[in-house]
Design a protein around this ligand. Structure first.
Ligand SMILES: Cc1ncc(COP(=O)(O)O)c(C=O)c1O
Length: 432
């Protein structure tokens, strides 16, 4: 009998009612697709009562750990009075003011429900502001699943075109064939190419959008000076710089990657860690840009925007994050990364770990760096899947794509336990 028997049965049953047995395509990638019934702190429990130390943070949101009482209490208290007014309430002003204080670019904000929505709004505002239509994005960066953003986020090499002039590649059947026409794609971290592209096309570009750390493929930080250069180039050419901080926001620092690296974009999008699992996101940015929305010139709407539950969750989460020792999480992540590197060296495994303490990427590869999306294509995915499966069997939950997230609830003992477990796996025959 499988250790995942109940999940397997539930997955079979789900095929009859849920398309593919899941509610998000990304979840179908986990093997086996597990069902969970509870989670607290850094631990999560599946339908078979297996307990896991969780490094997925449910794709990143659970940055305080699962079920933090302060957030749950705040939501419960607030929602007892009313859940959705289809109008304003004072908590949303408190929240907006908290984010204004924390995030350098946040002169004005709007709340919405998901990262994809926030990016959609950012692009619309940038187009309205500049009167231009083209958007520059980077190969391998993910900005949500909408038609014009699900472009070249993980293209196959055979479709992707030349490395210095990638094609804009659609990723889903049913996407408008024209969705990629206004999207220009460049490799990450090549400021000369950005400069050259702006020289020829700058007058047509509404925005440059990027994950300031390319978390979605290889967790590749910006090269020193890269963000500053792109910032200057955007200013010179009147192009709106958008940081998609859906992963980095409230995680690298309270003020996100923009405060961590000291480079302020014109617009930024936030989600995930902002409300510890509750579905709220936001668009923040320079007053002149958000005023396009304020004047109702740009339509930004949503029935559920700033509903009481998610607003209370975000406000309580950010209040907790204001007290958080970010340095501790960075250091704990460094300890884990270094420990994994040392173990790989001991066991003679080709391993590359990149990223920052709170979010990093582990890859089985001979490379000594993954500098852009295409470098990530020759990672040994089979070996990673085996590793993720072996860790799962021993009670440690990882994302199958190699990204690791740490939360405030992870402890030094958790990290040591993880390293001991990895040593156990890698010392087995077949891994050497
Ligand atoms: C950088 C980035 N932007 C946007 C999104 C889309 O956010 P959501 O899944 O909340 O729509 C994601 C999701 O993983 C993301 O990682």
């Amino acid at each position: 009998m499988s250790r995942y028997q109940r999940s397997i049965e539930l997955f079979q049953r789900a095929q009859g009612s849920l398309a593919g047995g899941v509610s998000s395509n990304v979840r179908a990638l986990a093997q086996p697709p597990l069902y969970f019934h509870s989670a607290t702190g850094a631990r999560i429990v599946d339908a078979d009562e297996n307990v896991y130390l969780d490094y997925t943070l449910s794709q990143g949101p659970m940055f305080l750990g699962h079920s933090p009482p302060v957030v749950l209490d705040a939501v419960e208290r607030a929602m007892r009075n009313g859940q959705l007014y289809g109008a304003q309430h004072d908590l949303e002003i408190d929240l907006a003011e908290s984010i204004q204080r924390a995030v350098p670019c946040a002169e004005l904000l709007r709340f919405c429900n998901s990262g994809s929505e926030a990016v959609h709004a950012a692009i619309r505002v940038a187009r309205a502001h500049t009167g231009r239509e083209k958007i520059l994005k980077f190969e391998g960066h993910y900005h949500g699943w909408y038609d014009e953003t699900l472009i070249s986020s993980a293209p196959g090499l055979e479709q992707a075109g030349p490395p210095q002039a990638p094609k804009s590649v659609l990723a889903s059947s049913g996407q408008l064939a024209s969705a990629g026409e206004n999207i220009i794609v460049l490799p990450w971290n090549d400021s000369d190419l950005v400069r050259a592209t702006m020289q020829s096309l700058g007058h047509e570009l509404a925005a440059v959008i990027m994950e300031p750390v390319m978390c979605n493929n290889g967790c590749i930080p910006p090269l020193p000076g890269y963000l500053e250069t792109v910032r200057d180039l955007c200013a010179q050419h009147g192009i709106v710089l958008i940081f998609d901080e859906v992963i980095t926001g409230f995680r690298l620092a309270l003020g996100g990657a923009q405060s961590f690296y000291g480079v302020t974009p014109d617009l930024a999008t936030f989600g995930k860690a902002m409300a510890n699992g509750f579905p709220i996101a936001c668009l923040a940015g320079r007053r002149a840009l958000l005023e396009r929305i304020a004047k109702l010139e740009v339509n930004h709407s949503g029935t559920y925007n700033s509903n009481v539950m998610v607003t209370a969750a975000a406000q309580a989460t950010i209040a907790e994050l204001q007290r958080l020792d970010y340095q501790r999480i960075h250091q704990l992540g460094e300890t884990l990364m270094n420990g994994l590197r040392e173990l790989a060296a001991d066991y003679g495994l080709p391993l590359l770990i990149q990223g920052l303490g709170p979010v990093f990427h582990l890859a089985f590869t001979e490379r000594d760096a993954i500098a852009d999306y295409r470098d990530s294509l020759d990672i040994d995915g089979v070996r990673n899947r085996e590793f993720v499966g072996a860790m799962l069997d021993r009670g440690i939950r990882l994302l199958s794509r190699g990204l690791w997230y740490l939360s405030a609830a992870h402890t030094a003992a958790d990290v040591q336990h993880t390293l001991d477990t990895v040593a156990e796996i890698w010392s087995e025959r077949g891994w050497r």
